[in-house]
Design a protein around this ligand. Structure first.
Ligand SMILES: Cc1cc2nc3c(=O)[nH]c(=O)nc-3n(C[C@H](O)[C@H](O)[C@H](O)COP(=O)(O)OP(=O)(O)OC[C@H]3O[C@@H](n4cnc5c(N)ncnc54)[C@H](O)[C@@H]3O)c2cc1C
Ligand code: FES
Length: 285
């Protein structure tokens, strides 16, 4: 059900094994731990990604990390990454300034089945940094809004100050064709919204399961179990849900075996899997 394994025939076919030296166009903090980095490939080349695909990003002199593309494919001159600072490479990426060089390989992976969303309602379930790849899906829908039905976004963050893309979320909420619900696990006195993990938002939505496609990325594997349970309760079938899984990666092209789950490589067979595929992979969640 998910799309073809990779894009070795795409506009960046030559960038699969050797990084292209790209440039940072814009870099700004989104939260205390997340930074948005906009990147342009050399000679105005297009990345040619699908929502849900990722690139291998090198911070020169430090190393490489897989990072999801966070913008939609409609912007052909540049693309966004949203990087959470957790270790050596991501800390080096946070230090990048406009004009700095950065290595890019990819795009890699299959991506979300956008064709399957056309004419249907879309439920986006984004836990924490999971909003980064799913923002690419949302941008795609908003860029061609009439091709899609309802857009329902559920986003959960640990605290209010961890909410990603807060200004954009406010703009999505202003459009009456979208329903965007937020929750935090640990409320402060400034937070007057919903409190609880992301699954506690499900009772607040009404969906027509026959016309719905769900795209989700929700953090630690155990959270997927709870999200799948809630989706089943809504009547959503396994082939209507698509989830992006995260595993440690090195090569990104199916050679090193670092990212395997039950013999499948998340870097080429995923990172997006349908509910049916996830059910058949015992180590997935
Ligand atoms: C397909 C894919 C897409 C991703 N998209 C994004 C994204 O859009 N934004 C973003 O900020 N991060 C994303 N990540 C995670 C990112 O790749 C890691 O945070 C990064 O590789 C860490 O590198 P580091 O050198 O900074 O930290 P390291 O020093 O390598 O690691 C620091 C700590 O984080 C743990 N860790 C490292 N990588 C992972 C991982 N993949 N899963 C779980 N724990 C890990 C390590 O075990 C260690 O405890 C993605 C990962 C994958 C596989
Ligand atoms: S990262 Fe090497 S096989 Fe997937």
């Amino acid at each position: 059900m998910t799309q073809s394994r990779d894009r070795r025939d795409g506009p960046n076919a030559e960038g699969f094994h050797l990084p292209q030296i790209a440039r940072v166009v814009r870099a700004e903090d989104l939260t205390w731990q997340d930074r948005l980095i906009e990147i342009a490939l050399p000679q105005g080349r297009e990345l040619g990604h699908r929502p849900g695909q990722f690139v291998q990003v090198s911070a020169l002199g430090y190393g490489e990390a897989p990072i999801s593309v966070s913008s939609g494919p409609e912007n052909k001159e540049s693309f966004d990454l949203c990087v959470r600072r957790i270790g050596n490479v991501t800390t080096a990426l946070h230090a990048l300034q406009p004009g700095d060089p950065v290595g890019i390989r990819g795009p890699f992976g299959n991506g979300f089945p956008m064709d399957h969303l056309v004419g249907r309602d879309c439920l986006v379930v984004a836990g924490g940094i999971g909003l980064a790849p799913l923002r690419s899906v949302i941008h795609s829908i908003l860029a061609d809004r009439d091709r899609y039905g309802r857009l329902i976004v559920l986003h959960g963050a640990r605290r209010m100050e961890d909410i990603l893309f807060a200004d954009e979320i406010a703009a999505w909420q202003r459009d009456p064709r979208n329903e965007v619900l937020l929750t935090v696990d640990e409320p402060t006195t400034e937070w007057s919204g919903h409190v609880g993990v992301i699954t506690t938002l499900f009772p607040n939505i009404e969906v027509d399961p026959a016309n719905l496609v769900v795209v989700a990325m929700v953090g630690p594997p155990v959270m997927y179990r709870f999200v799948i349970l809630e989706l089943r309760r809504l009547g959503v079938g396994n082939d209507q849900m698509f989830m992006s899984l995260e595993r440690h990666m090195k090569c990104g092209v199916g050679k090193c075996g670092h990212c395997q789950i039950d013999g499948r490589c998340v870097c080429v067979d995923g990172p997006v899997f349908s509910g049916s595929e996830i059910m058949a992979m015992h180590e997935a969640i």
